[in-house]
Design a protein around this ligand. Structure first.
Ligand SMILES: Cc1cc2nc3c(=O)[nH]c(=O)nc-3n(C[C@H](O)[C@H](O)[C@H](O)COP(=O)(O)OP(=O)(O)OC[C@H]3O[C@@H](n4cnc5c(N)ncnc54)[C@H](O)[C@@H]3O)c2cc1C
Length: 512
């Protein structure tokens, strides 16, 4: 078979990963990216010497303790990335209760033994429940779960059978935990401080315990770290590998249309009406844009329409990120704290925030000049259309309300950090409209679809679209909760699938 030409839309982590794997397997790929940098949502930006990060708080598989490590290491030399592993994932201050030492701060330790000892110390009456909370994380750690699961169909059936048997214990716990959330767990607790802390783990949201367990199992193994240098630097490593493998990236080249003929994808139409034909077309850009704009809604089924109309899975929150460059050394402060506000902040979009999450990047020297600090305050919002519509319809007003919101946040921060106002050199506000503008993600979603309580809900966004040949789709929208590991796995799995369909053995090549 002659070398197949593949057009890929989007140089986010999905597109770059997919591109790398296809290049390794003898395909000739090129990526069309609307922005002038790689990474998509995996990004950071610079302003007057400060760098503000828009993504990686933690990356699953950052060390050998998780099987995701093997996958990352297929694409980039992981030994070259320096990772930060925090002792405490987050300090969570609660409003109504104190622990036995009089503290209102819950310490979410990343080391499971330490976490267990801490929890039992502050709530001995809940020891049994605490041990039951920790145990599944230990079980998860015994299994090299997600990537190996993906390999299973590809290995001989006897070996597969033996491997599957090993998963019985995992499956037992997995099923047992399916309906359990931080709320249901909190209800079992007697200690009022601990109860409130667990309810507040996700800012008052009810989240399946599995959403907590998988990352925690990795935090404990120091395998959910933060890459020093930030998200854009991390993404650039994938760009570099893709280029080394012979891939080609067209930056500043938004795709306007996927051209089809009789139900077969044929080419991409980019700016200035330029047409790029290919044997295969793959979109790694936003699912809504791909389905309803680039393909004009012609290749859909009921499940996809239900999603579009809000009748099935919920879209992940969008983010309001207010970043400050502060000419003050804040290295002595905890890196991440969530705390209740004396007076709630009412966002222009109508959301009331009675808690604030303050992230001080004092552990990454790349984020601020020496002696200065990059501080990011993030809020989730579901009222994304407000920001998107304002930016579209009234740019001046949009700027005004952004500044207004930043001022409210600064007032709170000033109180909290003890007078920082006069040291603020840079203020930057990113809204759902910013996310949409720079990455195209539908409704400014930060991670595709929400897992929430529906951890295992079927996702209607598949690798193939109904009625369309020679076309595939892969991105963080393929699985609830999204995230960087899902992005890389989507790319990898799709490359495997394409190789299989073409009768090729999927191979991975690297020289480290
Ligand atoms: C605030 C925040 C914090 C996060 N924190 C974490 C974290 O700690 N850990 C973690 O694992 N994940 C985190 N994530 C999620 C993670 O960033 C995403 O899940 C992941 O980067 C998605 O990658 P992707 O390639 O699938 O999609 P995207 O990054 O959206 O990539 C799509 C690409 O397609 C391009 N594109 C769109 N339209 C077009 C077009 N018409 N033509 C050409 N190109 C186009 C976009 O510009 C973009 O580059 C976070 C996200 C946010 C917003």
């Amino acid at each position: 078979m002659s070398t197949r030409k593949v057009n890929i839309i989007g140089a986010g982590i999905s597109g770059l990963s997919l591109g790398c794997y296809l290049q390794m397997n003898g395909y000739e790929t090129q990526i069309f990216e609307k922005h002038n940098i790689p990474g998509g949502l995996c990004t950071s930006w610079e302003k007057s010497g400060y760098t503000f990060d828009g993504c990686a708080h933690w990356i699953l598989g950052s060390d050998t303790g998780s099987s995701f490590y093997k996958v990352w290491n297929e694409l980039i030399d992981m030994r070259k990335v320096q990772w930060v592993n925090h002792d405490i994932r987050m300090f969570i201050e609660v409003k109504n209760n104190r622990d036995k030492y009089g503290s209102n701060t819950f310490r979410f330790y990343t080391n499971l033994d330490k976490l267990q000892d801490y929890l039992i110390d502050i709530a001995p009456e809940d020891e049994q429940e605490i041990r039951a909370f920790i145990k599944p994380m230990r079980i998860i750690q015994k299994f090299d779960m997600p990537p190996i699961m993906d390999e299973l169909p590809l290995i001989p059936s006897i070996i597969r059978g033996v491997k599957m048997a090993r998963y019985a214990e995992f499956l037992f716990w997995f099923l047992k935990l399916l309906g359990q959330t931080n709320y249901t767990f909190a209800q079992k607790l007697k200690n009022p401080f601990l109860k409130e802390s667990f309810e507040m783990l996700y800012d008052g949201e009810e989240v399946n315990l599995l959403v907590i367990y998988f990352p925690m199992a990795s935090f404990d193994k120091k395998s959910a770290g933060y890459p020093l240098g930030g998200s854009l630097k991390f993404a650039e490593r994938f760009e570099q590998r893709y280029l080394e493998l012979g891939g080609k990236i067209h930056y500043h080249t938004p795709v306007h249309k996927i051209l089809t003929e009789n139900g077969v994808a044929k080419a991409l139409e980019v700016r200035h009406g330029k047409i790029h034909p290919s044997d295969l077309t793959i979109s790694c850009a936003d699912w809504y844009l791909t389905t309803f704009e680039l393909l004009e809604g012609r290749f859909v089924n009921k499940a996809m329409l239900d999603l579009k109309e809000g009748r099935s899975l919920e879209v992940f929150f969008s983010v309001m990120q207010v970043s400050f460059g502060i000419n003050k050394d804040l290295s002595h402060l905890p890196h991440l704290t969530r705390y209740p506000l004396q007076q709630p902040i009412v966002s222009p979009d109508g959301t009331t925030y009675d808690r604030m999450e303050v992230h001080i990047y004092n552990y990454d020297p790349a984020m601020a000049p020496e002696g200065k600090s990059s501080v990011i305050v993030s809020f989730y919002t579901k009222n994304r259309e407000f920001w998107i519509d304002h930016r579209k319809n009234n740019r001046a007003e949009y700027r005004r309300i952004k500044a207004d919101f930043a001022e409210k946040v600064l007032q709170q921060l000033d109180q909290r950090l003890g007078g920082i106002r006069q040291f603020v050199e840079v203020t930057d506000v990113a809204t759902p409209a910013t996310i949409l503008r720079y990455t195209g993600n539908w409704k400014g979603s930060a991670q595709g679809l929400m897992a929430g309580k529906n951890f295992l809900a079927p996702v209607p966004i598949k690798f193939k679209f109904p009625g369309l040949k020679n076309f595939y789709y892969a991105s963080h929208w393929n699985r609830p909760s999204g995230g960087l590991p899902i992005a890389i796995m989507s790319g990898r799995q799709l490359a495997q699938m394409i190789c299989k369909e073409d009768g090729k053995r999927f191979t991975v090549s690297k020289d480290w």
